[in-house]
Design a binder for this molecule. Structure first.
Ligand SMILES: Cc1cc2nc3c(=O)[nH]c(=O)nc-3n(C[C@H](O)[C@H](O)[C@H](O)COP(=O)(O)OP(=O)(O)OC[C@H]3O[C@@H](n4cnc5c(N)ncnc54)[C@H](O)[C@@H]3O)c2cc1C
Length: 397
């Protein structure tokens, strides 16, 4: 006889969105299983910079946009979870920096310093006095402004582990690309993660990032259109890099470069370089991007030696609901199509917001917890492993 399982919710995709949602659903009493085709930690999630944005980078043109406001609550919700009294338990996750910073190479125009000091940004941005600057900005050659943002930077792999740990018997390695592996059945769906095992779910939620588009097509499912916004990130690795977590701001509305620092098991450090450098770098080949990144860092932080450093780059797409102008969506996205919910958080930081939207939708549809959590240990199903980090893959010694 075929083993059959029943569950309230099946989640497809084991990045930050799927894992945060799994925690919220299980804590709300729903039974849930999570299916992941490769690794827990996802594609974009483990390759992100780990900044829990509060929206300040969306205010670089001197205006508080809707995006800046939608995301403003997120740092406090993550902070509560990191302290162990939030909606999920991130007590074992590692904080890389208590603040993300923002610096300018020269003195900023008074219009901007007035804006950053304004009431609208109070609590989000603070001027950092010289004696409190992080090491990388203590050199006398630094002549710009430096602000601390009310934004944490997290080690994403440790966040993934913290979210996965309480639910170890809940993950199944499965790729739903095969026709027939996901089909409508009565009020819900039947899933066949491996041939011969059928799982009946009242709702299916896709948090499959870039994989969502193909998933919908393969199963003839109606759903919202997706957009990809590509990035070409640069990485530089050396033993002696001082930790930097900061946007460098210029005259444009986006940071010239965003630097975060990550650690290899042997103690070497990696600066991961995003922002405008990575957006413009999409058109560049690896060698050209590395040359641009090297020049930019020499120009912005000339007192930090990069002699003997190793370089690498990484191409990755951000997957989001399609916008009319290929711009960034402002908040987490969820669309319900019958018993299917299609989700993109659009930002790691917005995962709590996405889980709110899903729980609200379930309540509105009167889908309440009804099925006991199945015991996967009784079934011989493969489980996904944790994602390696991009810096481990690039600089493994
Ligand atoms: C370079 C970069 C830096 C970023 N930095 C930040 C930042 O600092 N702060 C921030 O808030 N946001 C940041 N973001 C955005 C953030 O990373 C994403 O919004 C978020 O990680 C998306 O999470 P996700 O779980 O939806 O997708 P993913 O992490 O991509 O996970 C999707 C998962 O679904 C799985 N999957 C796909 N198809 C299938 C299938 N058919 N069957 C089963 N599983 C499937 C994939 O294997 C993957 O594991 C960054 C993004 C990038 C690319």
């Amino acid at each position: 006889m075929k083993p059959e399982l029943r569950v309230d919710i099946a989640i497809i995709g084991g990045g930050i969105a799927g894992l945060w949602l799994l925690n919220r659903l299980r804590r709300s009493g729903y039974s849930a299983l999570l299916f992941e085709k490769h690794h827990l930690g996802g594609e974009q999630s483990v390759k992100s910079q780990g900044i829990i944005h509060g929206g300040t980078k969306y205010a670089l043109n001197g205006v508080l946009t809707q995006a800046a406001n939608a995301i403003a609550d997120m740092p406090a919700r993550w902070q509560d979870s990191l302290e162990g009294h939030g909606e999920v338990d991130l007590g074992s996750a590692r904080i890389l920096s208590r603040h993300h910073y923002m610096w300018s190479r020269g003195r900023l125009a008074s219009r901007m310093t007035t804006f950053f000091a304004s009431k609208a940004l109070r609590g989000r941005v603070a001027d950092v006095p010289a004696e409190e600057r992080p090491e990388a900005f203590r050199n006398p050659a630094f002549k710009g402004n430096l602000y601390a943002l009310n934004e944490l930077v997290l080690d994403v792999p440790s966040v993934i582990q913290a979210l996965a740990r309480p639910y170890s018997g809940t993950f199944i390695q499965a790729d739903f690309s095969a026709p027939g592996s996901l089909r409508r059945e009565g009020e819900g769906f039947a899933l066949e993660p491996v041939p011969g095992t059928v799982i009946h779910a009242r709702r299916v939620i896709t948090t499959a990032g870039e994989g969502t588009e193909q998933l919908l097509v393969n199963h003839g499912l109606k759903g919202p259109a997706m957009q990809r916004r590509p990035l070409h990130m640069a990485m530089v690795c050396a033993q002696n890099l001082p930790p930097v977590y900061a946007h460098c701001i210029g005259t444009g509305s986006k940071p010239v470069v965003t630097i975060t620092t990550h650690f290899l098991p042997d103690g070497r450090k990696v600066w991961y370089l995003g922002g405008q450098l990575a957006e413009d770098g999409v058109e560049a080949d690896t060698g050209t991007l590395i040359e641009r990144a090297r020049k930019l860092l020499n120009d912005l932080l000339p007192w930090i030696s990069l002699d003997g450093a190793q370089w690498s780059t990484l191409r990755i797409n951000r997957a989001e609901p399609r916008q009319s102008t290929l711009t960034r969506p402002d908040s987490a996205f969820m669309a319900a199509e019958g018993p299917l919910m299609v989700c993109w958080p659009t930002k790691l930081a917005l995962s709590p917001n996405l889980a709110d939207e899903v729980l609200k939708q379930l309540r509105e549809e009167e889908v309440f917890p009804a099925t006991p959590q199945p015991d996967l240990h009784l079934h011989d199903l493969p489980a996904p492993l944790m994602s390696p980090t991009p810096w481990e893959e690039a600089f493994a010694s």
